[in-house]
Design a protein around this ligand. Structure first.
Ligand SMILES: [Mn+2]
Length: 343
């Protein structure tokens, strides 16, 4: 998992320097080390931090940043999602700094840094969740908004523990083919099919302000949507999205979310595998990239306090397009954060 955190307002120059750990002598030469512009020259140059952001070294020293996180384990559908953040970072060097479609200039509004990967215990999932939670507690305590690159969807649970500890029960915009509200699998309570069930168990979600979009696929039973709906979630099936704009839906979602804090969790398998085959549990007839943009851009104006994009599994997509799509969706998330200037 990787973390990208926008920083706002700009921190003092001396402090910025301390937050940057240059690699190979690049991206460190004074100026605004947290800006993508700190990497001189072409977009193809520079270390593989996300969107050319500077590499941060200490959450406690800066206010907000983007981060990546390795998958806490290798699971049945998590084959090498641990390499997702690395691949997304590679593709993110193609990103530019402005968003002409929305008028957003995120790097002029926020200070953004790549905090690198959060360390996890590859042999113990529970301990991995503890390490993730503790890392994010420091990040949010420093006033950062974490944008996380995943990674197995399990990571959203410890992230939300840390985020909800600060902000209280969260609204959630969850894009996914699956609801991820199973109680357990193979007797285990923690895996990438249970994160939002665990969040409900711990009161981390404001259930009336939860929407799940893109749900589809085969199941073991016919009552698969019952749990989410019984909790008060708005469940939007993929077939209710087919061949239509999601702008009207997002109007309703904005009303549902109100002004209180929300979190965006985007599982790349919400998209159709034609666009994003690099994931462990693909389901046909999913969302299109333009619908994904409508969802994310539809969150503009909401009180977004954290985002993640998860389940990118590079070995399933030799073309690399899944990671390219992911990098662009993360850029769009950055563009809708509060305090981003919209020209
Ligand atoms: Mn998921």
């Amino acid at each position: 998992m990787a973390i990208l955190l926008p920083l706002h307002p700009p921190i003092p120059h001396q402090q910025q320097k301390e937050c940057v750990r240059p690699r190979g002598g690049r991206a460190s030469s004074g100026g605004r080390p947290h800006s993508p512009l700190s990497v001189p020259g072409s977009r193809l140059r520079g270390c593989r931090t996300r969107a050319h952001t500077a590499r941060g070294s200490c959450a406690a020293r800066s206010r907000r940043r983007p981060a990546g996180k390795r998958s806490p384990r290798r699971g049945p559908s998590a084959h090498s999602t641990r390499f997702g953040p690395r691949r997304i970072r590679e593709e993110s060097v193609l990103l530019r700094t402005a968003n002409p479609s929305t008028g957003a200039l995120p790097f002029q509004s926020l200070m953004v840094a790549d905090l690198g990967d959060v360390n996890v215990n590859l042999y113990n999932l529970q301990d991995s969740c503890r390490l993730i939670r503790e890392a994010y507690q420091k990040i949010v305590a420093a006033g950062c908004i974490p944008l996380t690159l995943g990674g197995d969807h399990t990571i959203t649970y410890p992230i939300l523990q840390a985020v909800a500890e600060k902000h209280g029960p969260m609204g959630l915009v969850h894009v996914d083919a699956h609801m991820d509200v199973a109680d357990k699998a193979l007797g285990e309570k923690l895996y990438h099919g249970t994160p939002f069930r665990r969040c409900v168990d711990e009161g981390l979600l404001d259930c009336k302000r939860v929407v799940q979009i893109g749900i589809r696929g085969s199941s073991m039973t016919l009552d698969t949507y019952r749990y989410s709906r019984s909790q008060g979630f708005r469940v939007v099936l993929a077939e209710d999205c087919w061949m239509k704009s999601l702008v009207p839906l997002m109007g309703k979602v904005r009303q549902q979310m109100g002004v209180r804090p929300i979190y965006i969790s985007f599982d790349i398998d919400g998209l159709d595998p034609a666009y994003a085959p690099g994931t462990g549990t693909p389901e046909i007839a999913g969302l299109t990239p333009s619908q994904a943009l409508e969802i994310i851009r539809g969150c503009q104006g909401l009180n977004v306090v954290g985002c993640d994009l998860v389940e990118v599994s590079p070995p399933y997509d030799p073309s690399g397009n899944t990671a390219l799509v992911a990098a662009n969706l993360l850029f769009e998330m950055l563009c809708v954060l509060p305090k981003v200037t919209v020209a």
